[in-house]
Design a protein. Sequence first.
Length: 445
Amino acid sequence: MPPATLPRPAPISADEYRARRHTLMAQLPAGSAVLLPGAALVTRSRDSEFAFRQDSDFHYLTGFPEPEALLVLLPGRQAGESVLFCQDRDPALETWTGRRLGAEGAVRDHGLDQAFENAERDERLALLLEGREVLYLPLDDADALALAEALRGELSAHARRGAPVPTGFADISGLIHEQRLIKSAAELSLMRHAGEVSARAHARAMRACRPGLVESQLQAELEHEFRWQGGSGPAYASIVGGGPNACVLHYLENAAPLRDGELVLIDAGVEFDLYAGDITRTFPVNGRFTAAQRALYEVVLAAQERAIAAVRPGVTLASIHAGVVHDLTAGLVELGLLAGDVQARVDDGSYQRFYLHSTSHWLGLDVHDVGAYRRAGEPRPLCPGMVLTVEPGLYVPDADDLPEAFRGMGIRIEDDVAVTAEGGEVLTASVPKRVADIEALMVTE
């Protein structure tokens, strides 16, 4: 019997995309314009391409799903402030690669004021930018910079008498990224779905796990669920690390056998309508924790649960991380992996032998999502609408000076948390993480 299919949330509306563009343009000075290219197809090998994935900033402002597009924002333009250039309709090519929306479809389905096919771009683009003094674009995009330079040269050469010519470029990315940091109700609905699908996939991998499988077979279980529930696939390369492979933070081979008596760490999440889930769970290959595995696991779990409880408006990621560092260090001292005073081991950085990364990152259209972590040099306070991960971990080197029972053990536990007015909403709560719950799921299944 196939697994149940979750009801899918509503997609983001054309009205919301339109409102995002208006919010962005309201922050720009008079006489400015925005040039924002979409993503292009990327060749995988010879005449095959990687699956297309739209640029996140471009998607945030348009929802337009096709490659080779360009968004032009023209604040105050009477004939329409948002103009899209897109692939030409071409029945012959569409027979091979699928139907295209074309200019008419872009206006109809995505709420753009005007749209033109790329065949008209050279003719129309410079005319649209006449009189604009500052061009906003992603300054880290070489193609966007080259386009802007060419347009400035063309406008300078053909400027009407007295018409301003663009005198400079400014970066648009930071303004878009600050908008993206605070999620709307519609975005949170999509992220709840991504969290639930990711949680189901992890539970499915737990049920399937047994000694003798290969890491990639658990990866297959995860990614089957992602696709079954309507996701485009994994939001990032799925990590399935058994035994000491769990100590490699971005382990990607997923090719080793899963051995009886070892743990397996899975870090994986679905991408749904371009929004990411991001979960990590660590569990015993045979379904039963050893005493040493349980002892180290409980240290990480307690730190994670306290960190999640600390999420609320006004708190900073830095303070949450500091609490996790203290809790993990105390556990390391208690288990004999570190010696001496807990605060002394925090202060001298000894804990970093076992805990190498931050506790949290933003989550959204990108797994490591955009938005500044600091303002005026200080950690920024959390506020409602932000979404973050909480993911402490401990990774014990296989070293002779450490207790043998813990050597080569890697444990990370990660959930996705949305900041609300009251505290934090865990979007990934349905996948087990307490020892008794994991063992009950794995053994009974």
